[in-house]
Ligand binder design. Structure first.
Ligand code: 5GP
Length: 178
């Protein structure tokens, strides 16, 4: 078990890289099986999902495309409830199968808003692939098609996720101690 310090907070190893990658492989197999022949467009939500997206894409063996968007609703360690606009999606998604790739679903408000926004652009189908979900924090009803791991309510960093901009570079996922 390793401990790291980021600004005022200490974190300890929670999910080692090998466990993350095993679950990412599993999710990729499910997607490859379900969406064969669909040429899906993966819409990766930056910044937090960049590592998950990269590893997921490397495991997919179907024809597909990827695009990166931004949509932020978080400051520090607690959700602000504010949801910003979607920026960066230049592709025409009408009639296409879209897979949203997200780092973590917490209250679910960000995802719900994103799904609604994308639905307005006339896709054939929208699916959600999330690295993590905190089931006890969910405030809205969501259909999460592909979930790599379920975690408790604690704040985590690493594997793309940050604390005040720091910690995204770690290979493992860490949970806050104090
Ligand atoms: P929601 O709208 O579901 O409440 O929040 C989703 C967003 O909050 C995620 O995309 C992520 O940016 C951020 N978030 C939620 N929980 C955590 C966490 O434990 N650690 C980090 N670093 N970000 C989180």
């Amino acid at each position: 078990m390793k401990e790291i310090q980021i600004k005022d907070k200490r974190f300890r190893t929670f999910i080692p890289e090998a466990d993350i990658l095993r679950e990412v492989h599993r999710v990729a197999s499910e997607i490859s099986r379900d969406l064969e022949g669909e040429n899906p467009l993966f819409v990766s939500v930056l910044n937090g999902s960049f590592m998950f997206t990269a590893d997921l894409m490397k495991c997919l063996d179907i024809p597909c495309e990827v695009s990166f968007v931004k949509l932020a609703s978080y400051a520090g360690t607690s959700s602000t409830g504010k949801v910003k606009e979607l920026v960066g999606l230049n592709e025409d998604i009408s009639g296409r199968t879209v897979v949203i790739v997200e780092d973590i679903v917490d209250t679910g408000l960000t995802m719900k808003r994103l799904i609604e926004t994308l639905k307005g652009r006339g896709p054939k189908d929208i699916r959600v692939a999330t690295l993590l979900v905190k089931p006890d924090k969910l405030e809205v009803e969501l259909n999460l098609d592909y979930v790599a791991m379920k975690i408790p309510n604690d704040f985590i960093v690493g594997y793309g996720l940050d604390y005040d901009g720091l910690g995204r570079n770690y290979r493992d996922i860490y949970t806050v101690i104090d």
